[in-house]
Design a protein around this ligand. Sequence first.
Ligand code: PLP
Length: 452
Amino acid sequence: MKSRKFAKVVTKLPGRRAKKVVEGTSKYVSPSISRYYPLVVESAHGSLVKDVDGNQFIDFTSGIAVLNTGSTHQKVVEAATKQLQKFIHFSYTDFYYANLVLLAKRVTEIVPGDFEKMVYFGNSGTEAIEAALKLARNYTRRTIFLAHGGAFHGRTMGALSLTASKPVQRTGSFPLVPEVVHFPFPYCYRCPWKQTFPECDYYCVDFFKEQYLEKFVPISDVAAYFFEPVQGEGGYVPAPPDYFKKMEFMRGDGVLFVADEVQTGMGRTGKYFGVEHFGITPDILTIAKGIASGMPLGLTVARAEIMKSWKPGQHGSTFGANPVAVESALATLEVIRSERLLENAKRLGGFAMKRLLEMKDRYEIVGDVRGMGLLIGVEIVRSKRTKEFGDEETHTIIEHCFKSGLLAISAGRNTIRVIPPLNVSKEELDEGLNILEESIALVNRNLIVNRA
Ligand SMILES: Cc1ncc(COP(=O)(O)O)c(C=O)c1O
């Protein structure tokens, strides 16, 4: 075992204690949850995670892009603890509390758009999307929603109707909410039209106009277009730079733009929100994951005029805007600001990107490296020329990382996510990247040896 500063694997994985928890989980917890490897968390601080058997891991998952301020940030813990001692719950559906106003105000200040905005509070990403769906229909009095193939917007019935990244997520749930039209996302590495960017001149937009709007989707019936600036669960795929601007022609026909920033938001891309890289201001924007450093909270931010189309009682949630989560969110915003985490994401993202692009040059199985800030995807293929999906190779790399003290997960079929906390230290990031590279090198070597 290599001697490392942060990653310390001291037992054979899974260890004795972890095994017991995994067995109990299989017996008592719904099998609908799919896990990668038997990590059983004991404690987590910053970018380091300890398991129940005394092993320590570097975290390249951030609890699936949630822990942007790292695990158990002192300021977040203090704010939440203070609130826990005052009151834990007093439903915002019927009563008021002061700091909710402060949070709503702060959030409307960082969400792009030089206009008045209002916020609806739920508990999760999928709820933020449900609210956006209902709100868009209510405001426009139209029925159709547009979404992309490869999209992930959540798993409740409405959000699931937009989600299209893996068939298993929809299996057994039909019929879904009607009138959702999916069309291909501009996934340039695997262009659905076999074109090359930028020579293609955004053929994807022309295709959408000609094959959808001019054939079977009446734009006057479209309520909203839902999109992720960088597709997350679909494989960490950023849209090409002018794509959303070119799609803005629909706004002239009254189509609302809904940016799902559940994964891309809260500084992950080096700006507060992913849309800021694309120069567009959505009508509705959803936030969850990173907003409260791990406390459950989901926000739907909309132009005030749109939000005001709702009458009292049209939407709500008992647990929405939980006061402990609200305090955690305020502390999270303060940490992002005072610790300059946007700059950190940009700077360290640049460092990681450089190293990962070197890996792409070095290894046949690294097909593509893409992303923004500290939201980076490494697509694994069996051959650079054919781009054959490296599903098995991706899993072997991730498993090897785990056994070497690095937590990583995939997105889509064959993309490894690099999403450490935004306050990861350069040393931790570097060591994590070393482990990732060793794992890639090993799988790369085996593939080449087996082929020879
Ligand atoms: C872009 C996006 N939207 C919505 C969701 C759903 O969020 P949640 O799991 O909190 O319901 C996710 C979760 O991964 C997501 O990545």
